[in-house]
Design a protein around this ligand. Structure first.
Ligand SMILES: CC(C)(COP(=O)(O)OP(=O)(O)OC[C@H]1O[C@@H](n2cnc3c(N)ncnc32)[C@H](O)[C@@H]1OP(=O)(O)O)[C@@H](O)C(=O)NCCC(=O)NCCS
Length: 195
């Protein structure tokens, strides 16, 4: 099984999910109010969820959480993030991110967590680009991406159905060559270290 490292940031660390985390993650994953307007991958049961998390390290296409977001100061788990191969043919790897603890949003934690994740992908793969998509109405999500140096590359019209209607989806990407500058500019992100 592929080993998932721990990535240490300034206020947060990303680490692999432990058995004791799984019920919390499952609760967030299945809560439309937590995920919305992100359209989650449908998981039917807790057992399926656990299997998907356990299998994720060896499945590049898995949409399961790959890292929990833990605050370093008190070890509180506040969210989870993942990455997945987003296309069957093209070399597209997308990141996704959720701060399940809503009281911890809008404090810069999302930005730090996604920064660590993108940094990790550029350090451990040969990818030239890391991508992300989000509902064009999801202001916190696209502001987070833009703050990290992602560029909006286009819009997919009516590509996501939730809350009873079709939504447009923004396509974002950041190039490896741009990332070093983006990291430097996006205080307090720093280069992640695998432990
Ligand atoms: C998207 C999400 C992870 C953002 O995390 P966060 O920790 O709240 O974001 P940050 O505090 O790092 O802020 C990132 C940027 O978004 C802005 N932002 C955050 N929340 C905002 C809000 N409610 N309204 C407007 N802007 C907001 C911040 O000001 C910041 O931009 P700035 O640096 O230019 O000021 C979080 O809102 C979340 O979990 N949402 C639900 C799940 C989701 O939608 N995931 C994304 C799916 S594509």
């Amino acid at each position: 099984m592929t080993e998932v490292p721990t990535l240490q940031g300034f206020e947060l660390r990303l680490r692999p999910p432990r058995p004791a985390d799984l019920m919390t993650l499952f609760g967030w994953y299945n809560d439309p109010e937590t995920i919305a307007p992100f359209d989650r991958f449908a998981i039917d049961s807790y057992d399926d969820f656990v299997r998907s998390v356990e299998g994720a390290p060896d499945d590049p296409r898995s949409l399961a959480p790959r890292f929990v977001v833990e605050r370093t100061s008190d070890h509180r788990v506040i969210g989870f993030v993942g990455h997945y191969q987003a296309h069957p043919v093209l070399e597209l790897t997308d990141v996704w991110y959720v701060l399940g603890e809503r009281s911890e949003r809008h404090k810069g934690y999302g930005r730090e967590a996604v920064g660590l994740l993108v940094d990790y992908l550029f350090h451990t793969t040969g990818l030239a680009r890391v991508g992300a998509t989000c509902d064009t109405d999801n202001i916190p999500s696209f502001k987070l991406l833009e703050r990290l140096g992602f560029r909006r590359e286009g819009t997919l019209k009516a590509a996501l159905f939730h809350h009873g209607r079709w939504h447009d989806v923004a396509i974002y990407g950041v190039m490896r060559a741009e990332w070093a500058t983006a990291v430097r500019n996006a205080n307090p992100i720093r280069v992640a270290s695998a432990a």
